[in-house]
Every structure is written in C-alpha cells, then in structure tokens.
Design a protein around this ligand. Structure first.
Ligand code: DGY
Length: 328
C-alpha cells in the first residue's frame, strides 16, 4: 500500500466523495461528532497536521494558526471564508482555498425559495394547517404579494447574485443591481440597471443580498438602509448574517416599516435573534443555501482536491491567497 504522506484533519463529517479522494495519500482524522469541533480540541489537533479541511463554522484566527507549525493549507468547505484570518494565514505562508461556483445554483434556488415563501406566506399557511386552523377557503386568508412585474434589487452581482437575477425572468421583473463592477451579462440579457445602494433600496420590492462579509459590508443593511426601503418590501439574506444589523431588522419588521424577511443566515449563528422567532412575517432557515446532495458532494470533491494540490506542491484550483503559493 502506498505510504500515507500527509496528516490531515477534517473538522466534521463531509460527503464520502471528498474523503475518498483524501484517503489514499493522507493519514486522515475526521472529527466524529455531528457538531462543530470544540475549540480546545481543534487547537490540540491542528498542531500535528499538514492540512486542515474546515467549515464556515470553524473560526480560524491567529491563535489557531499559531498553534499549527506544520500547517500548509486551509481548505474551507464553503465559498465564503470570513471565518478565516486570511491575512495572517498569508503571512504564515498557509494557502487558503474555497469552493466557489459549484454552489451558485443551489444558493440562488434557496434565495428564490425564501422569496416565494415570504411573499406568499407559505410557512404561515403550513403552520395554520398543521394547527388544525384551516376552516376552508377564505377571501381574506393569508393574502401575500405578487411577484410579476415587481422590482428585484440584487445587492452584490457576483455569481450567486447573477443567478438569482436570471431566475426572475419568469416573473418578468425589473432588475436593479448594486455592485462595485458593472455586470455586462445582467445589463445585456436582463436589461438590469446598476444603481447606487440608496436607489436600489428605495425602489426594490424584493432586496436579495449576495455580498461576501468583509469589513466594508458588515452591517451594510443597517437601520438607515432599512429606513430607505418600502414598507411593502421584502428582504432576503442568503449571504452572511452580519451583512444585516439584526436588531435594526427586528425593529423595522416590528414597526411594519418592512413587509417581511426571508433569512438563511444570522449575525451570531447558530443563535437567532429571539425577537425574530416571534415574528410571523419572517421565514427562517438554518443556513442551508448549498444544502443539496449534488452540491455538497461536489463541494467535498473540490475541497479535497484543493487540499491535496497544495500538499503535493501543485497550485490548487481555488486559492483565496494565491500570492502565497509561488513563494513556498
Ligand atoms: C458558503 O459556502 O459560503 C455557504 O454559505 C455554505 O452554504
């Protein structure tokens, strides 16, 4: 049998498709519990590994990186990497990788699931039926909002934002987008218009967030931004919780300055603001944007390939800090 050359820790069970790629050449440890690896355990185990395959719920900060003298690669099983101190990893010569592209469609689909569920009060309806409160068709029962011809505001027109916009064609929506760079595809194919954030917030009936979490986007949707939105508007967040100031959102929803919100992500995951739990006009999901069998299988393969490439001295498919690589 070939010699296992590399010592690798996987912080939680991921699909076999990825683990199978690692097994032949790695001495593999997979944290066995179905919960995030406790911090102290991570600090102890990382001291001995060449590669870490980690999740968006693992905080990889200076303390963790300083505890990892052998570490060459941090392969994040996610497209977002705000859980990793990339700057410090770069200084330490550790390559950081992610899994972009593969989860675009799954996440865009979930944004639409949230949008439709919130606009048409799907979850409220389900609750009503289960509680035995359905007394027959009613002319005023659970009236929601139409989508056709409404304005969709896309905040962050990268891969996922673009895929969400593309899906609006069936509803003949007008698309506005806010982005650092113009998106030629959106403009040519959908007639979308790039506008300042203030304009998008003031005009959109549905605002869907697709920016990465960075110091610049932290609380991008704060109290002032929410005050610019229409009282009939719905906010959808499948990006990162801290892009929205959660207490300010609760306030806006309670005061009916916003019609509703569909959220897959939260500021302090897995905690959810307790007031959100009490509101009927929000749909709350447990961060399942990329949670399809096909997508998670492919994410596992990509994360494994990224990790192996670095350990074998090759350039990974998706480096976040490619500047590290040539210097190693
Ligand atoms: C990501 O990959 O960043 C997603 O949030 C996972 O669902």
């Amino acid at each position: 049998m070939a010699e296992k050359k590399f010592s690798v820790l996987v912080t939680r069970k991921i699909p076999q498709s990825g683990l199978e790629l690692l097994r032949p050449s790695c001495e593999l440890e997979v944290y066995p519990e179905d919960r995030p690896i406790p911090r102290q355990e991570l600090l102890r185990k990382i001291a001995k590994v060449d590669g870490l395959l980690c999740l968006l719920s693992d905080i990889i900060d200076r303390e963790v990186l300083d505890a990892a003298p052998r570490l060459k690669v941090l392969s994040n099983y996610a497209v977002g990497y705000n859980n990793i101190d990339v700057e410090y990893a770069t200084r330490k010569g550790v390559v950081v990788t992610n899994t972009p592209g593969v989860l675009t469609d799954a996440t865009a689909d979930l944004a639409w699931a949230l949008l439709l569920a919130t606009a048409r009060r799907v979850v409220e309806g389900d609750r009503l039926v289960r509680q035995g409160k359905f007394r027959g068709w009613g002319p005023m029962l659970l009236l929601g909002h139409d989508l056709k011809g409404k304005t969709l505001g896309i905040v962050g027109a990268g891969r996922i934002g673009t895929a969400v916009a593309e899906r609006s064609v069936g509803w003949k929506m007008r698309v506005l987008y806010y982005s650092r760079r113009p998106n030629e595809f959106l403009e040519k194919e959908l007639g979308a218009r790039k506008v300042p954030l203030e304009e998008l917030l003031a005009e959109a009936d549905f605002v869907s967030l697709h920016v990465p979490l960075t110091p610049e986007t932290h609380h991008l949707i704060n109290g002032a931004a929410l005050r610019k939105m229409k009282p009939t508007a719905i906010l959808i967040n499948t990006a990162r919780g801290a892009v929205v100031d959660e207490p300010a959102l609760v306030q806006a929803l309670k005061e009916k300055r916003l019609a509703g919100a569909g959220l897959d992500v939260y500021e302090n995951e897995p905690q959810v603001h307790p007031e959100l739990l009490k509101l009927d006009n929000v749909v709350l999901l447990p961060h399942i944007g990329s949670a399809t069998v096909e997508t998670r299988d492919e994410m596992a393969r990509i994360a494994a390939r990224n990790l192996l490439a670095v350990l074998e001295g090759r350039k990974p498919e998706f480096p976040v800090n490619p500047q590290v690589f040539p210097t190693r």
